[in-house]
Design a protein around this ligand. Structure first.
Ligand code: VG1
Ligand code: CO
Length: 542
């Protein structure tokens, strides 16, 4: 009979979940009691867990396996009846959401630092998702944090490690551990949403694609769905084997970090379609031959074409986007005569709107797109939706996006990230911006309509979130937005978002960095970026 140990502990400061869970260096998580304190704080904050089922899995990064063993023993001690674990500890974030919903579990614990690098000296992360399948809302993450700051003990089963590499059920003390195939339920859901026959026919006609799994969690999902079920040639999925350090790369699907894919998509001989996903499989980047689709445009194009997909044939209830995401999707919503919502950054803010049936599609400029099929953004889902649209329209990616711009106008958009900035300097910069009063002020060719720090009142549950990013909005609708990242583990990352609407089709082909040059300079000067951070150039431009 395995025995439950009660271990005395003291709080760690800073166990505060950010935009998407608690993210720290592996060394921080690996120190005695650190993970345990946080997990106990979760179990103490989510209500009665006795007899319930929990889902556990992660993106396979370094420390994933050790953390899962600890969580299983703590779940047993807490009174859970059953834990469903993805085989090998693998579960993409959207697949975790899918499984939580399908089996009506009492939520799940997802181990991931998403797009942050992995390995012994890199990042690890943990978050709790609620029974609806989405990230815990702020009220819950606040409760977890408060509990973590007052914690004095945790409970854990005194037992050896259990096999998580063989599908099947086995006991761990009073707990039943059920190891399951992490791909099957997810793949089955995708088959219900999209026209697999049409996509199969597209591949059969010679259409070529490259999917870069970046040695992260989506590899097994992409191989099963694209190569096995949809008949894409073997080798369509590149970097398809999940590695604990993502092969030393930065599993962030953008133009900088997915460089192999970006190179492969250049020139006349390039494939027709390119896509990539991030560490935990919830992000997507979409490329055509010599063509990059910004995530904001991708959301708008998918919304405009959604009825081509069986799962969305009835049309959309509404569209939601995070505040810094471009307003391209709003234009589609207006044309479809459906509501558009603007939320703070982070998928947790879409949950109430999805649950209430107010929106069907959601998106973020940070390579996140999703729908009401789960409660997380979903990288492979977005890729399959694009494939479905391509299979039905039989036009190139570039042709589809260009036609979209001609119909709706183009929201020219770019994000500039300044990574690893001194945290004090970054806070000072934000304080400075917060103090500005700019209404009516003329900056270059633009006049400021208003500036504020974005605050959001959830239209479903009334909860209020303040200080969600500085907006400077101009009279013609152009804007610059400033935020500090809530997912990093070192120093601060300043994100600057720049957007201008361009109705003139003869100007749609311009490089956004050129088309936005005046606004980029205005943003730099307003925030005194160089003087305050010492940076002349952003680290990453997307
Ligand atoms: C970033 C993105 C945000 C996204 C979050 C989690 O947050 O900007 O849009 O929801 O990452 O994505 P921040 O606070 O660093 O800007 V992921 O793929 O971690 O799950
Ligand atoms: Co992610």
């Amino acid at each position: 009979m395995a025995i439950v140990k009660t271990v005395a502990t003291t709080p760690f400061s800073g166990q505060k979940p950010g935009t998407s869970g608690l993210r720290k260096k592996v060394a921080v998580f690996a120190q005695p009691h650190y993970l345990e304190n946080f997990v106990q704080a979760v179990f103490d904050s989510i209500g009665e867990v006795t007899g319930k089922t929990l889902v556990v899995g992660g993106d396979g990064r370094h420390h994933n396996r050790a953390a899962i063993q600890t969580i299983l023993k703590m779940a047993a001690a807490a009174g859970f009846a059953r834990v469903m674990v993805g085989k090998g500890g693998i579960l993409s974030t959207p697949a975790a959401s899918c499984v939580i919903r399908k089996y009506r579990t009492f939520g799940g614990i997802i181990l991931s630092a998403s797009h942050n690098p992995g390995g012994p000296t890199e990042d690890f992360g943990i978050k709790y998702n609620i029974p609806a399948g989405g990230p815990a809302p702020e009220a819950v993450t606040e409760a977890i944090f408060t509990r973590s700051q007052g914690i004095g003990e945790y409970r854990i089963l005194d037992a050896g490690d259990i096999d998580i590499d063989t599908v099947g059920s086995r006991p761990l003390g009073p707990l039943l551990v059920e190891v399951f195939d992490p791909v099957a339920d997810y793949a089955e859901l995708m088959e219900r949403l999209f026209d697999f026959a049409a996509i199969r026919a597209l591949f059969a006609s010679g259409f070529r694609m490259k999917f870069d799994a970046m040695h992260a969690v989506t590899g097994p999902y992409a191989r099963e769905i694209l190569e096995c079920r949809l008949g894409a040639p073997a080798g369509t999925v590149m970097n398809g084997v999940p590695l604990e350090d993502f092969g030393g790369g930065h599993p962030d699907p953008n133009l900088v970090h997915a460089h192999d894919l970006v190179e492969a998509m250049k020139g006349a001989g390039a494939p027709d379609f390119g896509a990539a996903s991030d560490g935990d499989g919830d992000r997507n980047m979409i490329l055509g031959r010599d063509f990059y689709v910004t995530p904001s445009d991708s959301l708008a194009v998918l919304a405009a074409n959604a009825t081509l997909c069986p799962g969305y044939a009835k049309g959309l209830a509404g569209i939601a986007r995070s505040m810094p995401t471009s307003a391209a999707a709003d234009r589609v919503a207006a044309k479809l005569n459906i509501p558009a919502f603007e939320t703070p950054t982070g998928w947790k803010f879409f949950g109430t709107l999805l649950d209430a049936g107010k929106v069907t599609l959601c998106g973020e400029e940070s390579f996140g797109t999703g729908s009401d099929h789960v409660r997380e953004k979903d990288g492979l889902w977005a890729v399959l939706m694009w494939l479905n649209v391509l299979a039905r329209r039989r036009e190139s990616v570039a042709a589809i996006v260009s036609a979209h711009w001609r119909e709706f106008g183009r929201n020219v958009y770019s994000r500039h990230d300044y990574e690893g900035v001194d945290a004090k300097a970054a806070d000072g910069l934000m304080e400075h911006l917060r103090g500005l009063s700019l209404k009516g002020v003329r900056l270059g060719a633009y006049t400021v309509a208003f500036n504020d720090d974005f605050a959001y009142t959830d239209p479903v549950d009334g909860s209020v979130s303040t200080r969600q990013g500085i907006r400077v909005v101009f009279e013609d609708g152009s804007r610059v937005v400033f935020r500090l990242s809530g997912t990093g583990t070192e120093g601060a990352t300043l994100r600057v978002y720049i957007e201008r609407y361009e109705p003139d089709p003869t100007r749609h082909g311009l490089d956004p960095q050129v088309a936005l040059a005046d606004l980029i300079a205005i943003a730099r000067d307003l925030a005194e970026i160089e003087a305050r951070t010492g940076r002349k150039q952003p680290t990453v431009i997307t």
